[in-house]
Design a protein around this ligand. Structure first.
Ligand code: HEC
Length: 125
């Protein structure tokens, strides 16, 4: 009898546990939007390093028609910038024609990718 009782109580205990975790998460993050935003960049993230590791192979050479990155390359980015940064980041996340999804950086968050795209545009003036 005792054994049966224990088993039936388990889902109840489980839901209390989940509730406590949910409350903890809300209290922790609700009043600190900025910290939450920063936290979405991966630990130790450096846009230049990630660019070199994932994007440089295509974007330094223009392989497969990739817009080139570097000094004097603003002309490659001007027409693309007209659609807005958000659209460009979305194309980076989802892929665009021969541009592979996430630019092959599979451990990058969407915010990491946005920071790399900003880095690419800034270094192509
Ligand atoms: C395999 C080659 C390749 C790699 C690796 C690659 N790209 Fe690209 N990328 C392309 C090509 C090709 C295009 C042009 C696509 C088109 O317009 O048809 C492009 C276009 C883009 C654009 C412009 C999108 C737009 O909306 O016009 C951005 C931004 C971009 N890449 C970011 C990145 C980032 C960030 C990385 C690395 C995380 C990366 N790419 C890695 C080939 C690559």
């Amino acid at each position: 009898m005792l054994r049966v009782k224990k088993v039936t109580q388990l889902p109840f205990i489980k839901s209390i546990f989940i509730l406590v975790i949910a409350l903890f998460a809300t209290v922790n993050f609700s009043d600190n939007g900025k910290a939450l935003q920063l936290a979405q960049l991966s630990d130790g993230f450096n846009p230049e390093q990630k660019y070199m590791a994932s994007c440089f192979a295509c974007h330094s050479t223009g392989a497969a028609g990739a817009p080139k990155v570097g000094d004097g390359m603003a002309v490659e980015w001007g027409p693309r910038l007209e659609k807005g940064l958000d659209a460009m980041v979305a194309n980076t996340v989802n892929g665009l024609n021969t541009m592979p999804a996430k630019g092959l950086c599979f451990d990058c968050t969407d915010d990491d990718l946005r920071a790399i795209v900003e880095y690419m545009i800034e270094t192509s003036q």
